[in-house]
Design a protein around this ligand. Sequence first.
Ligand SMILES: [Zn+2]
Length: 488
Amino acid sequence: MGVRFYADSWLTTSAGVGLLRALENAGYRWEDFVEGNTIELDEEAFEKLPEIYSQYLLKDLSLERFREILEKRKEKFNLYNAVVYEKINDFFSNSPLTNPSGTKKVGEAFNTLLEREGDIQQLFSEGKKLIAEFIREKFSEILNYQESEKVCYFCRERHAYIKKGKVKVLDATNFTPLAASLDTVENFFWEGRSNMYLCPECEIFLYFSAFGFHRTPARTYLFVYLPDLENTKRMNDLLRAETDLRSFMNRTIVEASKILAGRKADWILRNIYIVEIEKVGDAQSNIYTLSITPRLASAIKENIDKYPQVFNNLFEVFLEYVYSGRSLYDFIYKILSGFFYKQRFKRLKSKGRDAHLIKKGMGFKEFLPPKLTYFIKFQEVLEMEDKEKVSKQVNWAYSEGLNLKNTYEQSMGKEKANRKIEGISYRLLDAIRRRDTDAFQQNLIRAYLEAEREIPYVFVEALKDGSFNRIAYAFLIGLNGRSKEEVE
Ligand SMILES: [Zn+2]
């Protein structure tokens, strides 16, 4: 009997895809090892895993690249770290494969060689050999620990091992991003268990997960998960050419629709999600799981082309909101907070996505772009509101806000009007935050009175019938907008 691995969560499936890719890279027909969501390696293939692993690690290392690395080397040069870290260190920092106290040895061995050997070709092949030997040594160390009584959480057939007197469990060394954000992913495979015992074979298997993920230029990592290993591999292979989350996402939807067209049930589409890992610190990451519901897929397909350019740098955040089911009104609220409370957020240091939104708002100096209303419309479409009705209401409320601003400017001059509007905006935003329709309405009436205008009746009606958010936000954006003439 061979060694079996199970792909039944996004984590183990990413390892599965990584392992299949590595097998393929080593010249195997990967399909031969797959049955359903199980990968079974015969003894011979399992024996070769360290070579298969290092071959995949080294596959992009050309002689030219090698020469470049040598030329750029600094004092404490470590060939292993220079070549291997960029591939796996974000995933398994401090693992046996990356721990600097362990890799030091390979680095030194190569440096000794470097002093003696002048032939680059020779150095190239010796360097690769050293890296491969190190991987073999580490895998074999893992496999030779003493076995415990505990059954492995991942395969439920082999036993976890004992290391330094403790039964081995999945931890930050085996998949670093997870350890930093257990809350985020708890529901996906944690299943309430606190002890995820890990056997040597499954540990090695998990070290392939880095090969399943797709690294974007922004150094985020993407993986599409389908509850089906072969399709997951094919899908992720197709997506390797996509450069950012947006194109990745669009392509996923297109490919998922194709898979869907071939099958009658839509369960597969409902169970597809994109796992995105965003590194925010040396050993800290955020994990986002974005699920694709049919409703969301169609909203995206219909409206994504109109996504406003001025918010391009918030696209990932936008997707994270809609795919995780967070309301885009919170998204808008954060932008508005940044815009209105520039002083308060001046020292904002935190990274991560909500901080992006606040900073974006702070970046708008004098007025808010009308395109901000795109997010209102998108949210309403997601909530299955009538697209045309929404669009009409939003545009109307927006221009009402803008009109009121113009009235103020005409009657009291620009500077005074600005201060006035600022005060009104604070109060309105606060009312929105508290979802206090009455307070919003009273402030609105006051604002209109001061401008010696009557509050449009439609307003009063609209605020009553569950359209509060869309009317209130659109009005506030208009009130802080800028008329067309000024823009041109
Ligand atoms: Zn296991």
